[in-house]
Design a protein around this ligand. Sequence first.
Ligand code: ZN
Length: 154
Amino acid sequence: MNPELEELYQEVILDHARRPRNFGELPDAAVRVHGDNPICGDEIHVGVKFGPDGSLQDIKFTGHGCAISQASASMMTTKLKGKSRDETMSILCAFHDLVTSETNDASKTLGDLRAMKGVRKFPQRVKCAMLSWRAIEQALQQTRGELTITTEAA
Ligand code: ZN
């Protein structure tokens, strides 16, 4: 494997892809977002339940697609569960920076998610990595009901 691919498929990513955390339906979800990345064929369905204070009390996802999309969704759910809306937005921005830019200042707060930084060398994989995060972003805006997003903006 070349070094860039090795950086992309770090052990922690492969582990989440093989054994996704918080995988399954969330029966009492307040909002469900279906994310579609047609370029790669990734699908992510995220269910979120909010606490009385608006925090992300519970998150679960289902879906299928490449290892990066599934691992990113799994790592996202473990990172964001229990977080407030503000914390979620700042983690989301930090993660977006991590996978798209060479400056890496915010990554200290990201923990295991830093393993995703290899994605920035593969622009087509950024959409895979961001799919579940775009879904959460929409979930926070919508807060209830059901909606569909796609990485191919109209
Ligand atoms: Zn993908």
